[in-house]
Design a protein around this ligand. Sequence first.
Ligand code: HH2
Length: 297
Amino acid sequence: MQEVEQPAQPPTAAWRCGRFVFGSERALVMGILNLTPDSFSDGGRHLRPADAIAAAHAMIDDGANILDLGAESTRPGAIPTTDAEELDRLLPVLDALRDAPVALSVDTRHAEVMRAALAAGADIINDIEALASPESIDVVAGSGCGVCLMHMLGSPLTMQRAPAYREVVGEVASFLQARLDRAVAGGIAAERIVLDPGIGFGKDLGHNLALLRSLDRISALGRPVLVGVSRKSMVGALTGRAVDGRLAGSIAAALAAAARGARVLRVHDVRETVDALKVWDAIEAGAPRQDERRPPT
Ligand code: HH2
């Protein structure tokens, strides 16, 4: 009798973004670099371009696959930023990192900022509003960048005022499915898209835990899932720690998300998360982590 070799797992959906194609089943590490005066954990630290660029190189040395540059804080209650302010903060840093061996993501919800960032070499647009405006869909469709579509209930100014759902996982999944369909209909190939349940964006602790426990229902939409829990108030609520004491809790959350299929982990503490994943991967998957950082030749 002829033996037919079965794949151990279903093939992993690749993610195309700018100069990169990420195909691995292993979780990728996205290092957070906030160029803002007011972000909840690293606000004010990287306002000078030279400080931001040095921090970016440190994250690259520590093993980040992607850097996520944000120039507008979206913490609960944050005041919106103008496009000009965002671009003043972003462009010098993007320009200096253009040849870095990692994918460059820009965390913005503004179409004009997306357009300028893509022209300056960004590989990924990370939009906490999941391309809410038709202009933002057009800008992303007209490039080869990757895009992250995130779920948020309300806006950063109001989102933590008693968020309520009938069934949080189903509602978040339906929203992401609708935004995925709309992006594809707008000309963005599905293979360029990742989905994010938006931990802490219009969710209380119970909602966040339910989403993290049921990440498989987000993965079932057929695209890789990105999760950002790093140093968030969820970790504070569970550990009783202030923002600067949330490293261990953040790593526990990152590994739990990876175990439930998250393919991109958005974190502040790159070195510690990469180390934790190396150990976790070796035990779980039985093979060392691949370096997926260089653009394909
Ligand atoms: N969280 C924050 C910002 N952007 N993007 C995605 N896709 N997923 C997230 O969970 C996410 C995000 C908030 O964290 P941070 O950037 O550290 O703080 P701030 O918004 O205050 O700059």
